[in-house]
Design a protein around this ligand. Sequence first.
Ligand code: ZN
Length: 220
Amino acid sequence: MEDYRISLGETRYRPGKVVCIGRNYAKHARELGNAIPTQPMVFMKPASSLIASGSDVVIHPMTNDVHHEVELVCLIGRRGKNIAQSDALSYIEGYAVGLDMTARDLQVQAKEKGHPWAVAKGFDTFAPLGPFVDRASISDPQDLTLHLTINGEVRQSGHTSDMIFPVAELISWCSGLFTLEPGDLLFTGTPEGVGPVHAGDRLKAEINGLPVLEVGVQQG
Ligand code: ZN
């Protein structure tokens, strides 16, 4: 795997923690038969799962059911711990479209056994990221539409106003768990409509105001 670096203007970031939020849209929680969370549900992906737009997602031989999850992704620009919600958005340096690729079959097995999701969420290529834009170009992260198409067909459509926990609350919450550092990423959860991808598919993920993320899919 080539080394992934985050570029934003003149600045390069080495990706740090890839913090992700599960079940942050009520309709998506319900479509998978999960309860609506009463506090943010946090998990992580390894930085080695990151790939840039134009690359291919590789389906690992251990899974037969890889799902797409289109998500708004925030890049943390400065160090913070116990960040107040009122101050939280100032810790974001940029935004991008991301895909939280998920081996749903392995995740279901892990849930049944009470095991972690690290494998289901963490394979190489399971975190495609579009180009980042400066935070100044997004006036309100809770006023964005998300779309995911496969081979031109719309599969997911959502709006960030439907997040159960808005971005500021997520950053505040996560910074109370672990210090956030420059280069850390926050995947903020997916709206409903998740479903399988197959070798040969072309995925296009869009959030208004952000560069498009496009990836192919191949069998590993
Ligand atoms: Zn997700």
